[in-house]
Design a binder for this molecule. Sequence first.
Ligand code: CMP
Length: 227
Amino acid sequence: MQPPLKDLLAGSQLFGELAPNELDVVARAAETREFARDETIFAMQEPGDGLYVIASGRVKVVVSTTGGKEFILATLGPGQFFGEMALLDDSPRSASVIAQLPTSAYRIRRQEFDRLIEAHPGIARKLLRELSLRLRRANAQMESLVTLDVVGRLARYFISLAKQHGQILGNGWVAVRRPTHQDIANSIGTSRETVTRLMTELEERGLVVNEGKMSYLREEVLRSEGE
Ligand code: CMP
């Protein structure tokens, strides 16, 4: 069962600092939407009419390459938001957003979003902070693509996945739900077959332990540098 919308908003990245009465206003203006795994939430180039906040699940932010392949720019999880760029710069959606797991999100219309950032400078500050973090990650991703070999990119991918979506188990390990080999390949610019082959190498090096749908990494990777 999901907690009430107001509690979800209070725990989200952007709206955490709002007073209870403002949270009520936002909760009343928000629409809850459910998406099946692999369902497209919106497509690149569509006009943007709202901001989404993830309640549960995980989404991938995707652009199509000229060869018709998918390149995954980022994955976002509970409490995080997406769809702000088209609202901020009045341009079409910069990427497609697709549910990577069954996902529940709430949508806040453009008008309400504009009102909130004008009325609450704290929200605008959090938004800018998160946009800076995403730019840092995009820079790191670019650097990885240019400077690392595939196994290096795969190792960095898992560390970043654990930092962003991992759950600390308290016994020295971090657990993370592993994306499909195809999604991993589409995040690091290689083929699914290469990911499948190199996963064994990471296991042999002791960086990742895979069990069922989960991967486990040592907790100290969370203290490594970079995004
Ligand atoms: P928008 O352009 O409205 O629709 C696509 C959304 O994907 C975009 O807003 C952001 O919320 C998100 N997005 C685009 N690029 C990135 C990125 N590099 N990292 C994380 N999120 C992104």
